[in-house]
Design a protein around this ligand. Structure first.
Ligand code: ATP
Length: 836
């Protein structure tokens, strides 16, 4: 008996270790994948390198949304604000200045010319010389790593833990009742047998293998999602994905390819189209099909100068291919200006940038102030005699609102109402063709404005014109939208872009029909939260919104009991990502801050990947339900069989020892359950509505199925027990071998159950055995192991089994197929009911 209990402990430990380490390995691999990249100047050019490859001496660039990857000294800073709460606990962002000189005893929070690992850039830009990396940094010193995959238990795991605890307490009560009740009835003489019966029942009740199988399934789910480009950062997301009812997606880059190409530019007296391909800076400017040199037209020339100067992107040629480093919108503008033979490097030297007011999704504009150097007249384009000039670009309506004059050819005139209307009309016309439209304006200045005077500096501007660029939709998105709709998931578009641009794309991709409504940020602002809750039920496209609107939309949807997945890329999207049920960050274009706040990162920034991840989430949930009913059905069968045996047989004896039950729960149930965990998606998984996240795991008939299967299991086992008990009495051999027959039949019946339970509707004959070869492998392996317990002598002695004759084994096989037949019969009934 002692060696048997020792075996139980070892078996449990080995299996638990195997399953846990597999889950841990999967999570560690994910952690590795989620490590961010850093923009570094090496070999004279900017490159993106993994954060862990940074070394002291590297020069890195910081911009809004970046998480600082190492400690360093600022070489340059522009409006730089950094949140250092990870280090100092101070929630407010600190202003950093490269030129600051510090006192020798400045505390960590006062070292304003230094940046520290783990802190977040909230605003502005900077250049940093890295001084310390890894464990040598301030963060390393306090050893508080904050990033990576968190392996917190999922709601389902918590519920299953609770179930486990209930079952353990229940089984202890069962032991007490059986022992005390039995002793009262039969006296102390029966104590030992009663204890064995009750212990067997207690072991049978508890599904020992279940928690580990659930953990492994969730971990395997995350790996399958990574293969489909969705990186899970928090394990509960796997489960929640299966119940998502609404996906709120950004437009640029998620629904579109984010490869912008300028098509049209328009001033008040010129309308040009451009030719050329992708990012190659070669092409013509055509006006009424005639080639034109834009630099000879003062308004077009200033517009192109604005495109080039008010820009942080870099156009580069690598391996013969032109590419963009930075924001694709700005990249397209550099390509446009380069087509007119303007040179970025040359202009930056001639007209150095002396101040800037960076872009943010709230401001929807950006401006820079350049200084006319002495030699700047080499740049033929002029803005008059002022020593400084502010160049701005941004959302046309908003920028136009800050203009008081307009450039027409080489003269500056007051902006009339009619011109104002004409510009807005042109903007609407371009946007309704699906173009992303940016407005451009400038203002000569006598003095350089201070860092924090954006609002006053960006006033009284001179309007230059509009630039319209196309950003083709990703080809797979229209299909993904249809899959969402079929799966009962509502796709929504929430964009910072113009209403008409959003509407054109939304109609194209199937988000809305022709007369679908689009709500703008300004309209949304006027709605109270209860009104917005009403509006979100009908409106699926939101345009010109700011990050805080996103937060309100999520809250309104959640109030409507929707399970919301929301994408975001900017630093200010973090609250909306945190609030949503699944926060989704962009792996390529997203800021570190948004990734940190997310549950899932899209490695390819693609909407179709969200839908794929949702499908995987559903598959994981279905598989968990599948093996829960497989495992618990068997447990119920075991308990009832043990309970029935003393009532049916003329002796007080149980067919199964605790070791045999544990063998069943861990090995003969465990391997097939693991194989069921990798069951692939079936064709119907995205044709059903999402499940309610609050539903019990036993909902939708699963509880009833388990009880039914448990009863059928018991009937089969008890009939066999009755037959084998009488058979063993009248035939030569060990009279106790009826127990081995019951044990063998219960194990083999579960093999048939594993094969049949793969589908609720499809007959086994209709399923390809090789669509999940692991089930077949697990069934063969487990059957062989089970037979070894009966036919290999040392194992037989250890597990307390007896040798069975071929006839007896055949009877076991015969009885065990009955469970398979029953499950297939249930499918037939289900199909007939469905057809009626
Ligand atoms: P989505 O939210 O779907 O990604 P989006 O990229 O248009 O859409 P934002 O990045 O918030 O959203 O941009 C909002 C608006 O700000 C744009 O429509 C455009 O008019 C303007 N804009 C975008 N990028 C820049 C930029 N680099 N400089 C100046 N203005 C910009």
């Amino acid at each position: 008996m002692r060696s048997q209990f020792f075996a139980i402990v070892v078996l449990n430990g080995v299996l638990g270790y195997f399953q846990e380490s597999r889950a841990e390995k999967a999570l560690a691999a994910l952690k590795q994948l989620s490590s961010p990249n850093v923009r570094v100047m090496r070999d004279g050019r900017l490159q993106d390198v993994p954060a862990q490859d940074l070394v002291p001496g590297d020069i890195t660039l910081l911009e809004a949304g970046v998480q600082v990857a190492a400690d360093g000294r600022l070489l340059e800073s522009v409006n730089l604000q950094i949140r250092e709460s990870a280090l100092t606990g101070e929630a407010h962002a600190v202003t950093k200045r490269a030129q600051e000189v510090l006192a020798a005893d400045a505390t960590l929070g006062d070292r304003t010319n230094l940046v520290f690992q783990g802190t977040e850039v909230v605003q502005g830009r900077g250049t940093v010389l890295i001084t310390r990396t890894g464990m040598a940094t301030e963060l390393g010193r306090i050893a508080a790593m904050i990033q990576g995959v968190e392996s917190e238990p999922t709601p389902l795991q918590q519920r299953m833990d609770q179930l486990g605890n209930t079952l353990v307490s229940g089984s202890l009560i069962l032991v007490a009742i059986v022992v005390i009740g039995g002793v009262v009835q039969a006296g102390w003489g029966a104590f030992e047998s009663l204890l064995e019966v009750s212990l067997s029942m207690a072991v049978a009740v508890v599904p020992e293998g279940l928690p580990a199988v659930i953990t492994v399934t969730l971990a395997i789910g995350t790996q399958r999602m990574v293969r489909r480009h969705a990186l899970i950062r928090r394990l509960p997301a796997v489960e929640t994905l299966g119940s998502v009812t609404t996906i709120c997606s950004d437009k640029t880059g998620t629904l579109t390819q984010n490869k912008m190409v300028v098509q049209t530019l328009q001033t008040l007296n010129h309308t040009c189209v451009t030719t050329g391909h992708g990012y190659t800076p070669e092409g013509d400017f055509l006006e009424r099909e005639q080639t034109l040199n834009p630099l000879e037209q003062p308004d077009l020339a200033l517009l192109l100068l604005d495109c080039m100067l008010c820009n942080d992107a870099i156009l580069q040629k690598e391996h013969g291919e032109w590419s963009i480093l930075g924001d694709p919108t700005e990249g397209a503008l550099i390509v446009l200006a380069s087509k007119a033979a303007l040179s970025h490097g040359h202009l930056n030297r001639q007209l150095p940038r002396v101040a800037e007011f960076p872009f943010s999704s709230e401001r929807k504009r950006m401006s820079v102030v350049v200084q006319a150097a002495a030699s700047s007249r080499e740049v033929a384009i002029t803005w008059g005699d002022a020593p400084y000039c502010l160049f701005a670009k941004g959302s046309p309506e908003l920028l136009l609102g800050r203009c008081s004059q307009v450039q027409i050819a080489d003269s500056v005139q007051p902006l009339s109402k009619a011109q104002y209307g004409q510009i807005l009309d042109s903007n609407a016309k371009m946007a309704s063709c699906g173009m992303r439209v940016l407005g451009f304006a400038y203002r000569p200045l006598q003095t350089c404005p201070a860092d924090d005077t954006a609002d006053t500096a960006e006033q009284a501007l001179i309007w230059l014109g509009l630039v319209g660029m196309i950003d083709a939709p990703r080809p797979e998105v229209a299909d993904a939208v249809q899959r969402c709709l079929q799966a009962g998931i509502r796709p929504m578009m929430i964009t910072g872009d113009h209403q008409l641009t959003a509407k054109a794309l939304a109609e194209d991709l199937g988000f809305i029909s022709d007369n679908g409504q689009v709500l703008s940020g300004t309209e949304l602002e006027k709605l109270s939260q209860p009104d917005l809750e009403g509006a979100v039920a009908n409106v699926s496209v939101y345009a010109r919104v700011s990050p805080e609107h996103k937060l309100r939309i999520v809250q309104a949807l959640q109030k409507q009991h929707q399970v919301v997945a929301m994408t975001g890329d900017g630093v200010n999207d973090a609250p909306a990502l945190k609030q949503s049920d699944i926060g989704i960050a962009m792996g390529m274009a997203g800021t570190d801050v948004s990734k940190e706040a997310s549950d899932m990162v899209l490695l390819d920034d693609n909407f179709a990947t969200i839908v794929a991840a949702t499908e995987e989430g559903r598959v994981v949930y279905n598989n968990i339900r599948r093996f829960v009913k497989y495992i618990l059905g068997s447990n119920i069968g075991e308990v009832l069989t043990i309970a029935a045996s003393p009532m049916l047989l003329p002796i007080l004896d149980v067919p199964l020892t605790p070791l045999q039950i544990l063998w069943m729960n861990l090995v003969t149930d465990g391997f097939p359950a693991l194989a069921l965990a990798v069951e692939p998606s079936d064709s119907t998984v995205m044709q059903r509505p999402p499940h309610d996240p609050k539903e019990s795991i036993f909902a939708r008939g699963l509880g009833a199925y388990m009880i039914r299967i448990g009863l059928v299991f018991t009937v089969i086992a008890v009939s066999l027990m009755y037959w084998s008990y009488n058979h063993a009495l009248t035939h030569p051999g060990d009279p106790a071998r009826w127990k081995t027959m019951v044990f063998t039949t219960l194990c083999l019946a579960q093999m048939g159950h594993a094969i049949a339970v793969r589908s609720d509707i499809q007959f086994t004959a209709q399923l390809s055995l090789f669509s999940n070869p692991f089930v077949l492998g697990a069934v063969i392996l487990t059957t062989v192991l089970q037979l070894m317990l009966v036919y290999v002598e040392p194992l037989r002695d250890f597990f307390g089994t007896q040798l069975l004759s071929p006839t007896e084994l055949a009877v076991c096989f015969g009885f065990s197929t009955l469970l398979f037949v029953w499950v297939e019969f249930e499918k037939l009934i289900r199909r007939l009911v469905k057809r009626c």
